[in-house]
Design a protein around this ligand. Structure first.
Ligand SMILES: NC(=O)c1ccc[n+]([C@@H]2O[C@H](COP(=O)([O-])OP(=O)(O)OC[C@H]3O[C@@H](n4cnc5c(N)ncnc54)[C@H](O)[C@@H]3O)[C@@H](O)[C@H]2O)c1
Length: 257
């Protein structure tokens, strides 16, 4: 498939986990992809894997808690690629902060909001002027089932920050739709990356994990490919009439009319 031939994409925090899977998927469909991460070893591994498949993925090491570094990295990206057609604001996570609200400190809230909200806001702000100039863009924010329905293993700081990203999506969709730019949120349930598998094993007993599985109509957790396929659709030209949406990708574990 060559849906992204001639298109460029920036995927944040994509040295490993879901971002890496999304980067490989878009590159396999023809995109020139830039991946950011603070973990240089992970970036090297991802780029080497891409090269072995003949894919166009390059990387930039960056700590996304640094706003100035984000602005500089976007400027370098635009200078290198000439345009950014697709932005996947993938960075985020609960950072292993406590699950229970009363155990969470101000610092736990600051850190989680910093990566889930501030880093994405800053990246979006730096990329948008260039998308406006070309009259085309696809922005996908990584939300979570947690932001829509609450979480069984991540705390209130994470849930609130993902909800904030959904609200942010609505306003970007509204403000920049006239410029040919769409903005949507993807809301995955638990996707079994090695990190999430470890978190579930740490925070739930084997019996609790089995009970959770029985609440998922398709009787399995999500895989990285499930997320990559959904993002590839939202990032494609043919999704141009999908704007301001929150797409649940949770096997039917939580459903709304
Ligand atoms: N995995 C899931 O089950 C799941 C479910 C719902 C939503 N999400 C969301 O999807 C996104 C990706 O999740 P994941 O599980 O793949 O993440 P992950 O924890 O595996 O992290 C992916 C990458 O982020 C990088 N990173 C962390 N802090 C950084 C920083 N300050 N600067 C630059 N890079 C940094 C890490 O080095 C890592 O390579 C997150 O926004 C997460 O909240 C994940």
């Amino acid at each position: 498939m060559t849906r992204f031939e001639g298109r460029t994409a920036l995927i944040t925090a994509a040295g490993s986990g879901l971002g890496r899977g999304v980067a490989l998927r878009l590159a396999r469909e023809g995109a020139r992809v830039k991946i950011w991460d603070r973990d240089e070893a992970a970036l090297d591994k991802a780029v080497t894997e891409a090269k072995s498949e003949g894919l166009s993925i390059t990387s930039q090491a960056i700590d996304m808690t640094d706003g100035n570094a984000i602005e500089a990295a976007v400027a370098a990206l635009v200078a290198e690629m000439g345009q950014v057609d697709v932005l996947v604001n993938n960075i985020g996570g609960s950072l292993h902060t406590p699950f229970r609200f009363l155990d969470q400190s101000d610092e736990d809230w600051r850190q989680v909001i910093d990566v889930n909200v501030s880093a994405c806001v800053r990246t979006t702000r730096a990329v948008l002027p260039q998308m406006v100039a070309t009259g085309y863009g696809r922005i996908i924010n990584m939300g979570s089932k947690a932001g829509r329905f609450g979480s069984l293993f991540a705390g209130a700081n994470y849930v609130a920050s993902k909800g904030a990203m959904q609200a942010f999506t609505l306003q970007i969709a509204q403000e920049f739709g006239p410029n040919g730019i769409t903005c949507n949120t993807l809301c995955p349930g638990a996707i079994l990356t090695p990190r999430v598998k470890g978190l579930l094993e740490e925070r739930q007993s084997a019996q609790e994990r089995q009970q959770v599985l029985e609440t998922i109509p398709v009787r399995r957790h999500g895989a990285v490919q499930d997320v990559a396929a959904a993002i590839a659709y939202l990032a494609s030209e043919e999704a141009g009439f999908v704007n301001g949406a929150s797409l649940d990708i949770n096997g039917g574990q939580s459903m709304v009319i």
